[in-house]
Write a new protein. Structure first.
Length: 345
């Protein structure tokens, strides 16, 4: 990566700071909602309404962030200062901009920064939290139950029996196979790029178009029950409702292949979307899975308004990376076999 990009990235961080700090002075802090002006509490934000009277979440949003899901072990506070947060973002953007090698042997490598996909090349809401997880207060996922630990060990053993990831397509992760990624969710978490979403509302439904994999979530709001327990889907079965100005989506009926952070298929996920400013939405989710963790846990992150449209992300369509990964492994296997059978001098 040339140094011109690094200079541009550094300058962009300063620009982002100038644009975001006035609108998100302390994202995630309770004080931001009750900030006082001349001794008078600021009025709570009232979102616009759709023609059928619901809070209007429509438009394009990004959940891009540099805030980790869990609090780093060397950090012992809930919030960074603005200066600390911006310095960490700049360091992360510089590292991201320097990426010249695939992270693992399975990566389909290309320099995503040259396509304007780097996180620092787009807008995002500054989050001063040291982790997305807000409960437990320590900012980390609760300990696993004995049942969760047993299942994790069984999954690890099953992967070992399947052999190397390069032995077969089925041995590779859902994300490498372009089936499900963290941005699709639920919950919907940011990655290094393609962190954009479009919300469309009609009476009785909310549609969320996900940029990554071009997935679509269609959420009914008419009070219908979840799917029968014997019907399970990678992204679960989602049902929504309004609680005041907050869109609440409850999702169950996951498969055992989804396994978010090691969860079981019994996981119940509750997402909450609340528009807290003209250009900002608070996204919260609570994971409840007694078969995996000792207690439920909750995470929160701000989403920022962005500009559409969202273009199709086709993943492996026209991309031979997955085929080449396996084909390359077979060539290596053949070379190793030929070397083993070659008579020694």
């Amino acid at each position: 990566m040339n140094h011109r990009f690094l200079v541009a990235a550094g300058g962009l961080i300063v620009l982002i700071a100038g644009l975001l700090l006035p609108t998100m002075p302390a994202a995630g802090q309770a004080t931001s909602a009750a900030a006082k002006t001349n001794g008078t509490p600021a009025k709570p934000y009232t979102p616009p309404r759709t023609p059928d009277g619901q809070p209007d979440l429509q438009g394009f949003w990004t959940n891009t962030t540099y805030t980790p899901l869990e609090r780093p072990k060397d950090v012992n506070k809930e919030f960074f200062t603005q200066e600390e947060a911006l310095e960490l973002i700049k360091k992360a953007a510089d590292i991201e901009g320097e990426q010249t090698e695939p992270g693992t042997i399975l990566d389909v490598h290309y320099d995503f920064t040259q396509f304007g996909l780097d996180r620092s090349q787009g807008g995002f809401a500054l989050n001063l939290r040291t982790s997305m997880i807000v409960d437990p207060p320590g900012g980390r996922i609760p300990p696993m139950t004995p049942e969760g630990q047993k299942r994790a060990a069984e999954r690890a053993e099953a992967r070992k029996r399947m052999g190397a990831a390069t032995d077969a397509v089925q041995n590779q992760s859902l994300s490498v196979r372009c089936i499900l990624m963290d941005r699709d969710g639920p919950p919907m978490l940011a990655g290094a790029y393609n962190n954009n979403y479009q919300f469309v509302q009609v009476p009785g439904y909310v549609m969320i178009l996900v940029e990554m994999l071009h997935d679509v979530r269609i959420i009914p709001l008419d009070g219908r029950p979840q799917m029968p327990q014997n019907i399970r889907q990678m992204m679960g079965s989602s049902r929504g409702r309004w609680e005041g100005n907050t869109l609440v989506i409850e999702t169950t009926n996951f498969t055992d292949k989804t396994a978010f952070q090691g969860a079981s298929e019994k996981m119940r996920l509750t997402e909450r979307f609340t528009r807290v400013a003209e250009d900002t939405m608070r996204y919260q989710f609570t994971v409840d899975d007694p078969a995996t963790w000792a207690k439920p846990w909750t995470a929160e992150t701000p989403w920022k308004k962005t500009i559409g449209p969202i273009f199709e992300h086709a993943c492996h369509e026209g991309n031979y990376g997955l085929y080449n990964t396996l084909a390359g492994a077979r060539v290596e296997d053949k070379k190793a076999a030929e070397g083993a059978n070659k008579p020694s001098k």
